[in-house]
Design a protein around this ligand. Sequence first.
Ligand code: SAM
Length: 142
Amino acid sequence: MTGSIATPLRPNSLYYGDCLDVMGQWDSEQVDLIYLDPPFNSKADYNQLFGTENGVPAQVRAFTDTWTWNEAAAERLRRLEGAVAHPAHKAVSGLHQVLGESGMLAYLTYMAERLAECRRLLKPHGVARPSTHLYNSLILHN
Ligand SMILES: C[S@@+](CC[C@H](N)C(=O)[O-])C[C@H]1O[C@@H](n2cnc3c(N)ncnc32)[C@H](O)[C@@H]1O
């Protein structure tokens, strides 16, 4: 980037893309309230109905919520465990010990990077509420 913000933070706006990339462009401590309805490792795939074809509901895959340990997850873990100053470093290292290299840890490393951005954006007395998962609250509040 050349110093200008491609996606400025504006009220009443909808942003399309990976929230990590979008939030990463914004200054810290700008937001009063964050409500998240993130993936929750439900081990299911979700389709979106958009009409009918010959009387049969037409649908597309909206998102996959099945997490497996893979190279992308291992890379996230390396990033988080290697960055002692990262706000999720301790929580993720502890969860690594408890959960091992698993689908759950793949999911939580994905969430940890995004939750850390949420926390950075909050004003000092701002509030973030994830709709799901005790582990996400643990990462967010530690
Ligand atoms: C539990 S669903 C939320 C559904 C939504 N509240 C609704 O009622 O349609 C989680 C959503 O997060 C989206 N998602 C997953 N990772 C994301 C990311 N990195 N950035 C933005 N959205 C993401 C998924 O595509 C999915 O639509």
